[in-house]
Design a binder for this molecule. Sequence first.
Ligand code: PRX
Length: 631
Amino acid sequence: MPGFDAFHARSLADRDGFWGEQAALIDWNAKPTQVCDYSRPPFAKWFVGGTTNLCHNAVDRWLPTQADKPALIFISTETDTEETYTFRQLHAEVSRTAAMLKALGVGKGDRVLIYMPMIPEAAFAMLACARIGAIHSVVFGGFASHSLASRIDDARPRVIVSADAGSRAGKVVPYKGLLDEAIALSKNKPARVLMFDRKLAAMPMSAGRDVDWATLALQHVNAQVPVEWLESSEPSYILYTSGTTGTPKGVQRDTGGYAVALAASMKHIYDGHPGETYFSTSDIGWVVGHSYIVYGPLIAGMATIMYEGTPVRPDAGILWKIVQDYKVAVMFSAPTAIRVLKKQDPAYLAKYDLSSLKTLWLAGEPLDEPTSRWIADSLGRPVVDNYWQTETGWPILTYPMGIEDRPRKFGSPGMPMYGYNVKLLHENTGEEVGVNEKGVVAIVPPLPPGCMTTVWGDDARFVKTYFDSVPGKQVYSTFDWGIKDEDGCFFILGRTDDVINVAGHRLGTREIEESISSHAGIAEVAVVGVADQLKGQVPIGFAVVKDARDIATPEARRKLEGEVMKTVDGQLGAIARPYRVHFVTLLPKTRSGKVLRRSIQAICEGRDPGDLTTIEDPGALQQVKDAVNPV
Ligand code: PRX
């Protein structure tokens, strides 16, 4: 195996030769006739003419060699359940679910919205969609009715698959009420709703629309549904993510490119092999759950663990107990989970046999050096940062452990992966910045296989959002700041836009602002992400009230703040709830009316608010200061 530098260089210099070889990592029904069609920049089509299927590669492909090996391991510390599905059993479950979806009228190209907790049926539903060529759109179970409604409206699903409830830290989170509310709010109502009853919460059924999973399953017990071969570029799924506007974007992924990208990443990056176990603590509602709970490990013939629970229940040893009990080889988590564990008794780490574990991967938010050192020292195993986005589907920057074990730098997510031509560009001039100078992390197109192919239903938005923001160049912007040191190691310095990252969850401040503004008492609001020791960032709101009497006393303020938080809980979900809402009489704005969010953020973090020459009224900034540091 040549070193990684040569590997990376070849992926760019001989793009088609390189990816043509990687394509052999998956099964094709018909082989591609062209590796990359880049005749319509920035839209790239990968493996043109090839036909394949994600479910075939994740499930059927492994039946001849490992039908009786574990494929999906479900562990819930919320309901005290552990279940293992072999590849044969997973195949049967997915076939049955595919038959059920077909019976509900779902066909190729139809959308199916999946609003589910972390239970096996969620994975069955995703794989069943892939099997029949339906396009799934999984919505994170922590999102509430408004978030859900906007996604229903955009994806226009024929069917929604959901469950009575999720459970978090021992508390049941009922889904059905939120779902019914979301459907009532949405303009494009689904024809049918398939409900899985965990018997955790009430699940009132709407006659003629709602169908009980278990009842329908009985009619399709031994169903055999053949896979639908899709042309490589046909969409596999839509996953909504936040950006600068209040309307989430539907990141659209293809089929063949995604399958190849995941297979290649399991080999070259994560070093995962058939028969081994992969454990990602993420959720199927996020991109990590799509790529590295469901599709990636299964495409690599690995067993994958679906975990419903927190890192500290029943105690802070639970993740390590899972590693021991299931001989986890590759583990994937987020820095916040590790920071949570760092506050607990270190004895938990020594209690379990972790000899099966090769590497712990962390992603989703900046991995600070103390956390990284602590966990690496405690585990005695490589802890590897990896940097990527919903849009890219697999790592942009990391250390390719499947190719070589390079020296790693704490605080750096490493170097550009094969297929990614990464540049750091000056935000105003678009020129490349020098060593140790801050620039926007950009990718010279075409984006490699597996990355988003467009914004669902809106090609123009794809081009405008991602390829029009660096002056004079058609390059993909990650909207992250970064620097590169003299050794070529990158460091990520935070977002250039209004996206914030709360405990590894990506949230748009504009969505939170819109939700807060919907409260009858609020005239205007700015939400910023403020650094937090545990969660990375937390959202903090500064709101202008319509009627000063609403905030005349400390009690009145507290009451209104509580009401505003409740509004956000009900509309977006508790994960978007502001940590604090401060009340002011005006917001700091430029003379042209733009809210100075970066200055507000700086004040909240005790930093210099920066250039204020364009501010309309400096008194507004003083109010922010007084709110944050009351005398
Ligand atoms: O700001 C970067 C941050 O999370 C954003 C992407 O979030 P999401 O779309 O949810 O995808 C997560 C996939 C792992 C990025 O634009 N981010 C992600 N990973 C890292 C990171 N920031 C610093 N270091 C990372 N390793």
